[in-house]
Design a protein around this ligand. Structure first.
Ligand SMILES: Cc1ncc(COP(=O)(O)O)c(C=O)c1O
Length: 410
């Protein structure tokens, strides 16, 4: 039985949760798309913009030093949080999408060639498919997908068979699925891929807000995630990579900051992480990303994970009793994501009617079109996704709103 002691303690940190929509109290269940921000994150950005904004790294003056220290402090917090051996291995990017593109364009262009294979899974977000397709198309390589079972778990037999069949150069997979909630056995997958001679990239976008992450224990070569799903700001995320691999990779974007020296006879490049951070970065974002991590650690990632596990069980029970509702994604290990369909009713119609009752959910393919196609769900799903502040009572309200929407449409 889910309880609400964690939300009771932390909801006041989130001013937006006080608001109404359409004259009803907001029930925000779209956290997998983007989580709301605690006051520490909001205030931290305001404080930087009001008191010590300046461009970083190059300035001789005090404001530049303060801003640089706060931004690099954000990087150190990310590094510590994911168990990275060194903060220089954490490259700030615009998000997960940008991070996968960085690896595809830099590592991929240098290491993939005609006939090579990049192995992904059918449960990937488009962000972990399309960048690979683009580089593969450019160099004559191919993207191959691993199957997903009906219950939303990865087909491990197909995974191992694909390693054997394709000898891929890169194996890229999601830590936790944004559509199904499935948590993949990432350490086992990395071990098998690396035994087969491949590098691995784990898309941790949905893991960062819900799970303890240790890149050393996972054993991956690259790990990417995005701040805004983990209580931080939009427009910032990170790529973590093993130092030797990052050092061997050519820069991707060129410009200021990523160089050591520039001349028309030849340019040399900066050391890590700056080699991959051309131009002025999202300074307030880096600072606030660190504050979001402080907030999560203050609450306790394990506490958040346990709360969300109980919410998932509670939501499955509450929703399964509604006539015609079919839950999509029933893997034993899930993050706080519950997708559902109702035969004969379009998810968008349900979502719109729920919005009118104050309940924010997401409908559609959730940027996982190949997965929807594989599962025969061409209209997509209705997805409720939870955060540390979600209460069982909000799930009751959402289930009642869904029941009312169903009654209107039948
Ligand atoms: C699993 C997964 N990967 C990647 C992304 C892309 O994240 P961003 O849009 O912040 O780059 C998302 C966002 O929905 C996601 O859920």
């Amino acid at each position: 039985m889910a309880n609400s002691s964690l939300p009771d303690r932390i909801r006041r940190d989130f001013p937006i949760l006080e608001r109404e929509v359409h004259g009803k109290p907001l029930v925000y269940l779209d956290n997998a798309a983007s989580a709301q921000k605690p006051l520490a994150v909001i205030e931290g950005q305001r404080e930087y913009l009001s008191n010590y904004h300046a461009n970083i790294h190059r300035g001789a003056h005090q404001l530049a030093q303060l801003a640089t220290e706060a931004f690099e402090g954000g990087r150190r917090k990310v590094a510590e949080h994911i168990g990275a051996p060194n903060a220089a291995e954490v490259i700030f990017t615009a998000g997960s999408t940008d991070a996968v593109n960085l690896v595809a364009q830099s590592w991929g262009r240098a290491n993939l060639s005609q006939g090579d294979v990049v192995l992904v899974t059918r449960m990937e977000h488009h962000a972990n498919i399309v960048p690979w397709q683009m580089i593969c198309e450019a160099v004559g390589a191919k993207v191959e997908p691993v199957n997903v079972h009906e219950d939303g778990t990865l087909d491990l037999g197909d995974f191992h068979a694909a390693l054997e069949r394709f000898s891929p150069k890169m194996v890229a997979f999601v830590h936790a699925s944004n559509t199904l909630g499935t948590i993949n056995p990432v350490a086992d997958l990395c071990r098998a891929a690396s035994d087969a001679g491949a590098l691995t990239l784990v898309d941790g976008s949905q893991a960062l807000p819900h799970l303890t992450i240790d890149v050393k224990a996972i054993g991956c070569d690259f790990y990417v995630a995005t701040a805004h799903k983990a209580y931080g700001p939009t427009g910032i995320g990170f790529l973590w990579g093993r130092r030797a691999i990052l050092e061997a990779m050519p820069p991707w974007r060129g410009g200021g900051e990523m160089i050591q020296s520039v001349s028309f006879d030849g340019t040399t490049y900066n050391t890590l992480p700056h080699k991959f951070e051309a131009g002025t970065p999202h300074i307030s974002g880096g600072i606030a990303f660190g504050l979001a991590i402080d907030w999560m650690r203050g609450v306790g990632v394990e506490t958040i994970a346990a709360h969300e596990r109980s919410l998932v069980a509670y939501a499955h029970n509450a929703l399964e009793t509604l006539k015609g509702v079919r839950i999509i994604g029933t893997a034993p290990e899930k993050v706080g994501v519950v997708s559902l369909v109702v035969d004969g009713i379009h998810p968008y119609d349900l979502g719109t009617l729920m919005d009118g009752q104050g309940v924010a959910v997401r409908t559609g393919h959730h940027c996982t079109e190949p997965l929807m196609h594989h599962l025969g769900l061409e209209s997509g799903t209705l997805r409720m996704s939870f955060a540390a502040y979600t209460t069982p009572r909000e799930i009751d309200v959402a289930a009642a709103a869904l029941a009312r929407a169903l009654a209107m449409l039948r």
